[in-house]
Design a protein around this ligand. Structure first.
Ligand SMILES: *[C@@H]1O[C@H](CO)[C@@H](O)[C@H](O)[C@H]1NC(C)=O
Ligand SMILES: *[C@@H]1O[C@H](CO)[C@@H](O)[C@H](O)[C@H]1NC(C)=O
Ligand SMILES: *[C@@H]1O[C@H](CO)[C@@H](O)[C@H](O)[C@H]1NC(C)=O
Length: 350
């Protein structure tokens, strides 16, 4: 447990959506780690024309040909201490912590508008770790990376919901069981069943399943202002399995559901909370207190009474359930005094 003070909205944002944004949002440029200073890089290859803005054509963002820049000519890399291994055509990430992230950017000096593609899909080709989130990040109001907050508002989706798994097309392949179960069951089978042994051909070759996975995420599933987009990020790695990225792009279509793609369909858009990064009342600020250390609770109460300020406590449920903390009675008294108590997760996982 720690007793940290923070502005309420960033605390929410960081906790729920993009924990690593702390250092991206706060602190002057000079104090940022080297990696994060790349956020401020301008276009490197000046001779390269900007991507054409034409509706209904795809937009290739990154095919990882260059270790430092994407296909749009802007920086890609990690804002955290995430080990990367680049080879022409791929970027392998070795996550050790869910807070780590990898970004591939649009124009940071300007607000990039994805409106021509707003009804299209973010398409990601990758291999490996499937337990992560994909985030589309909005620029700040001034489209200026030197102003806070930078980036502005992120919204993320759980990658595994959008994975299309493919297999090589083989007209001789007898996969009726698999087809039927998918058609009728309408649910994804566990991976192991989908890789059942193929004994045809005397063990000549393994079943021709592709190891690469693809994500198709409707851009409309990201609740941000699509007129001012700054980057696509990969973060929230829940396992340490490496992930290799091959391609990030925006495409107009998703393949029709068929046997070769496991009858893939786009999942429904789950509701997303709205991030609030500013107080709506002028000349005010929000004061949030995370977690709390029980031994300081009464002291904190006394100080808040003396200073006559109201705060939002972000309570962790495990702390509340532990009777020895006295937090239930403490927060009860704080509620009566007009403070706010909000949820800061059940167990405070990363
Ligand atoms: C980054 O990670 C490596 C390997 O785990 C470690 O040796 C190094 O100290 C870390 N650097 C920072 C700045 O955290
Ligand atoms: C597939 O074949 C391998 C190697 O022969 C064997 O070890 C494994 O148990 C088989 N799996 C299934 C599901 O039959
Ligand atoms: C528990 O919290 C209540 C409410 O703030 C307070 O009145 C009481 O003294 C606390 N008990 C202990 C043991 O700190």
């Amino acid at each position: 447990m720690r007793y940290s003070l923070s502005l309420v909205a960033p605390a929410l944002a960081l906790t729920l959506i993009l924990p690593t944004a702390t250092s991206l949002v706060f602190g002057p440029y000079e104090q940022r780690p080297y990696e994060q200073q790349h956020w401020f890089e301008t276009r490197q290859d000046k001779s390269q024309d900007p991507a054409p803005v034409k509706p209904a054509s795809s937009l290739i963002i990154d095919t990882f040909r260059n270790p430092l820049h994407n296909d749009l000519g802007f920086w890609h890399g990690t804002g955290e201490n995430l080990t990367l291994q680049h080879e022409p055509g791929s970027m392998r990430l070795f996550p050790t912590d869910p807070d780590q992230n990898f970004h591939t950017q649009f124009d940071v000096r300007d607000c990039f508008s994805l409106l021509p593609w707003k009804d299209q899909f973010l398409h990601v080709v990758f291999e490996g770790n499937e337990e992560f989130t994909v985030s589309l990040n909005e620029h700040n109001a001034e489209c200026n990376p030197a102003r806070s907050p930078f980036p502005g508002v992120p919204d993320s989706v759980q990658a595994s919901r959008y994975i299309m798994r493919t297999r090589s097309w083989d007209p001789d392949h007898d996969d009726n069981d698999w087809d039927e179960s998918l058609k009728h069951g309408k649910q994804r089978l566990p991976l192991k069943h989908r890789f059942r042994n193929d004994t045809r051909g005397g063990g000549r070759q393994r079943p021709a399943w592709s190891k690469r996975s693809e994500l198709f995420i409707p851009l409309s599933h990201f609740r941000i202002d699509h007129k001012r987009v700054v980057s696509v990020s990969f973060t929230g790695f829940y396992t340490r399995e490496p992930i290799t990225l091959y391609r990030v792009e925006i495409v107009p279509d998703v393949p029709s559901p068929a046997a070769w793609n496991g009858y893939f369909t786009i999942p429904e858009n789950l509701p997303t909370g709205q991030l609030i990064l500013r107080c709506s009342r002028p000349n005010s600020f929000a004061f949030g207190i995370d977690d709390g250390q029980p031994q300081y609770a009464q002291q904190v109460m006394r100080i808040l009474d003396e200073e006559d300020v109201r705060v939002t406590f972000f309570a962790v449920a495990t702390g509340l359930r532990d009777r020895s903390t006295n937090f239930t009675r403490f927060y009860g008294e704080m509620l009566k005094k007009g403070h706010q108590v909000a949820l800061h997760s059940n167990t405070h996982p990363k």
